[in-house]
Design a protein around this ligand. Structure first.
Ligand SMILES: *Cc1c(COP(=O)(O)O)cnc(C)c1O
Length: 508
């Protein structure tokens, strides 16, 4: 059994003592002071800080120990399986970090003259070409900072296209299946559309008859995830595209989960007009490492004129930032996107090559199906929708029987998994499955690690029948016991920093 490290670690603000410093080379300190002083002189009073920042003074070894201990009380992709469905939490090759951190790449400034940043422009240009090729689209913008941001850009592009055709007043509806990620209806609503939700059929795919009944001259477009959030490939995709195109709508592809299709199938070829992909899921940097992401958007030739500025262009000799796009929707973000995340993707694609990407896709599908078969056979769990149908990158298991028979819920199972040194899967999503456990193993974990997860789940389900309280009270072996989830996310008690915590403490 696993036991997570428990350190009685104070916040760093409490560790400091006046006068403690890190390692400084002799002579450097004075030079730094002189530089800071001269920069300070250059600042106008209006933007100069009036009081010193309240930073703790610590030795280097204190800092290293502090963060090492915190990391030991944490769980990350480097610790083991991280099977969050719909998130594609892959292992992140360290070389991608190293390349993205090369000073020649990380130290350039977005306001530099384009003549001095030819290298990075070339990289961006090439990533755009690769993403076009991978998605089967004509042109790609790397600007969006996340999947949801890509969706917003995509729906704004729909809007721009309708405006051009003088159809804004008439086409006000965006259709979304009930299995969609919550960001889809949110993005469509933000772009000013009315959202029309259609149910899934018994096989977990879009109900084509339901789609036909809502598709009309009011339809601006359909937002679709394929494979959908059940991990099932929409077999009727060609017919779906035809239905939407025939009524004059656009087809939007939520490609947050492109992993299983890499090198095997392209949304552009399926008839999609607008495609967003999550770089920070499929192409390394899982979920931005907790930070920013990148949600590039690819479009058809007709829609390319609306993409945000500036576009990176190449005249055969030099790369340029092109602002001269009169039909562009303008800017959706400062500069060129989240470069560090894009650089990791560049390194990732280069190191994998086409065959490597294809193999990653195939292995991710194999792993998800292995998981589904093994987990579905456990007493208390079941596979919703057609259990004979193979899944793509992920599978959704339901703990509904377990809940009915023992009172142990999907949430309890997820919490108990932490006691085995495993990250919990996504739970209660997609909304169409009761007691959902959504599992995406990805291609980056070996079979032994998948088996460890399967064995742990089996043991937990057995416990649910024999000693349910053990599961209900989990986790027991983690550095932090079960969190109060309401307190952790309620605006009144949520504290994202030490300063915020102190302020809230004073208020409540
Ligand atoms: C993750 C995800 C999104 C949203 O991406 P973010 O980068 O988190 O905004 C949208 N759709 C699907 C299917 C996803 O899995």
């Amino acid at each position: 059994m696993y036991e997570q490290a428990v350190w009685n670690e104070q916040v760093i603000f409490k560790l400091g003592k006046k006068g403690r410093v890190g390692h400084v080379l002799p002579g450097v300190e004075d030079e730094v002071r002189r530089l800071v002083g001269s920069v300070d002189q250059m600042l106008p009073d209006s933007i100069r800080r009036t009081r010193k920042p309240d930073l703790p003074e610590l030795t280097e070894v204190q800092v290293v120990r502090h963060f090492t201990r915190l990391s030991q009380m944490n769980y990350g992709i480097d610790s083991g399986l991280y099977p969050l469905g719909s998130c594609t939490m892959k292992y992140n090759p360290k070389i991608n970090d190293q390349l993205a951190n090369l000073p020649k790449l990380s130290m350039v400034h977005p306001y530099q003259d384009e003549g001095t940043v030819q290298g990075i422009l070339q990289i961006l240009y090439e990533i755009e070409r690769w993403m076009s090729e991978i998605t089967g689209t004509y042109e790609v913008s790397l600007h969006p900072a996340a999947g949801a941001h890509g969706e917003l850009l995509g729906t704004l592009l729909m809007h721009a296209c309708l405006k051009e055709q003088g159809q804004c007043e008439r086409r006000t509806e965006v259709i979304v299946p009930d299995s969609a990620h919550g960001t889809n209806p949110a993005s469509a609503a933000m772009a000013g559309f009315n959202v029309v939700v259609i149910p899934s059929a018994d096989d977990g795919c879009i109900d084509v008859e339901a789609l036909k009944s809502v598709a009309s001259e009011k339809t601006a477009g359909l937002m679709l995830t394929n494979p959908n959030t059940l991990g099932i490939f929409e077999k009727d995709i060609e017919e779906i595209a035809k239905i939407i195109h025939e009524v004059g709508g656009l087809l939007y592809y939520d490609g947050a989960n492109l992993n299983p299709l890499l090198g095997r199938a392209r949304p552009g070829d399926m008839g999609f007009d607008i495609v967003h992909i999550n770089i920070h899921k499929t192409f390394s940097t899982p979920h931005g490492g907790g930070g920013p992401g990148a949600g590039p958007v690819g479009v058809t030739k007709d829609l390319a004129q609306f993409l945000p500025v500036p576009r990176v262009t190449f005249d055969g000799e030099r790369y340029h930032l092109d602002y001269d796009r009169p039909r562009s929707i303008g800017k959706i973000r400062a500069f060129q996107g989240n470069i560090a995340v894009l650089l990791r993707a560049y390194a990732y694609v280069l190191s994998m090559g086409f065959d490597g990407l294809k193999e990653a896709a195939e292995t991710s599908v194999l792993n998800a199906n292995y998981m589904m078969k093994q987990l579905g056979a456990i007493k208390g769990l079941m596979i919703p929708y057609d259990d004979k149908k193979p899944r793509k990158h992920e599978c959704v298991i339901s703990a509904e029987p377990l809940k009915t028979e023992t009172g142990v819920t999907a949430l309890n199972v997820a919490k108990r998994l932490l006691d085995f040194g495993l990250h919990a899967p996504t739970i209660y999503f997609p909304l169409i499955v009761d007691e959902a456990l959504m599992i995406e193993p990805t291609e980056t974990f070996e079979k032994e690690e998948l088996d460890r997860f399967i064995e742990a789940t089996k043991q937990i389900c057995q416990e649910a029948y024999s000693s349910p309280q053990t599961v209900l009270d989990a986790p027991h072996n983690t550095s932090v016991p079960r969190l109060n989830e309401v307190k952790a996310s309620h605006p009144r008690t949520m504290a994202l920093s030490w300063r915020m915590y102190l302020q809230k403490g004073e208020q409540t």
